[in-house]
Design a protein around this ligand. Structure first.
Ligand SMILES: Nc1ncnc2c1ncn2[C@@H]1O[C@H](COP(=O)(O)OP(=O)(O)OP(=O)(O)O)[C@@H](O)[C@H]1O
Length: 265
């Protein structure tokens, strides 16, 4: 069992930003959350990690309402990588990744061999073992993003929630990261903007527009030219990739700037 989201709605600042959303990921599945800016992807992820409570509907973790579970129990199961705040303190990459072990440690206990192994493995998976001693503030945006992923992996979650995890990453690291996530034995829910990465790595896709689910299903069934037109107001070609049976999206330049008056170009 894993997360189960049923008819969830949430108002923020008086606006319905998540509107009657239902999502039943299969254990181990990689789910892509797509939708334009402001469509409710981050808000939905926030509800799924119990950082906020919905106004209506239910979010269950293994059949239990997530809002009734102790914070520590949730943190032992769910890891989240969200858009990060800056810090100027002198912490190292290793310190950041070690934070992922917090939910697993006893009140007075120091680091165990298991903690050390989980930290090392997480750093190794994102290619940062050699950078573990570096100060956080000296890292590039992409290195920080990979360190945050390592922190989440060190948490040894069974559910992984990621908000645009490919931000700041070069294409090699984008592909490596999504390949890694999609091959973990973890239920992953990933907010993404790149339709092609979603098509390549997600088992299923949920498309939001103004908080509502517009489409859900396998990438090749969901990512169609009419759907892309409806959600993004973009004309696109969608072709089947022979190698994988997946789809590839290319955008037509003639759709650009359509909504801006010519004087602003
Ligand atoms: N703290 C807040 N208070 C009030 N409204 C908020 C708050 N945070 C976000 N919103 C609004 O909620 C709506 C959904 O925002 P959300 O960040 O969930 O969208 P998103 O799909 O993740 O967007 P993006 O792709 O730009 O990251 C937007 O209209 C946004 O302005």
């Amino acid at each position: 069992m894993t997360l189960r989201i049923d008819s969830v709605s949430w108002r923020r600042g008086g606006v319905l930003v998540v509107n009657d959303v239902t999502l039943h990921p299969r254990p181990g599945e990689t789910v892509g959350l797509l939708g334009p800016n402001g469509s409710g992807k981050s808000s939905l992820l926030r509800l799924m990690q119990a950082a906020s409570r919905p106004d209506a509907g239910s979010i269950l973790l293994d059949g239990e309402p997530i809002s009734t579970l102790p914070r520590r129990a949730v943190a032992q199961r769910i890891a989240a990588v969200t858009q990060q705040a800056e810090t100027d303190t002198d912490i190292t990459v290793h310190d950041v990744v070690r934070l992922g072990r917090t939910p697993h440690r006893g009140l007075w206990g120091g680091a165990s061999a298991r903690d050390d192994a989980a930290i090392y493995e997480a750093l190794d998976r994102v290619g940062l073992v050699d950078q573990a001693g570096r100060f956080w503030r000296s890292l590039s945006g992409g290195e920080r993003q990979r360190a945050h992923i390592a922190r989440a992996l060190a948490q040894e979650p069974r559910e992984l929630l990621l908000d645009e995890p490919t931000n700041h990453l070069d294409i090699r690291h984008q592909l490596d990261l999504l390949h890694l996530i999609s091959t973990l034995d973890v239920t992953s829910i990933i907010a993404l903007h790149d339709l092609n990465l979603a098509a390549m790595f997600c088992d299923s896709i949920l498309v939001l527009k103004r908080g509502r689910v517009i489409a859900a299903g396998e990438p090749r069934d969901v990512l169609t030219p009419p759907l892309i037109r409806e959600v993004y107001d973009i004309e696109a070609d969608v072709t089947v990739v022979n190698e994988t049976g997946g789809v590839s999206v290319s955008f037509k330049r003639s759709s650009c700037y359509r909504s801006l008056p010519a004087t602003r170009l």
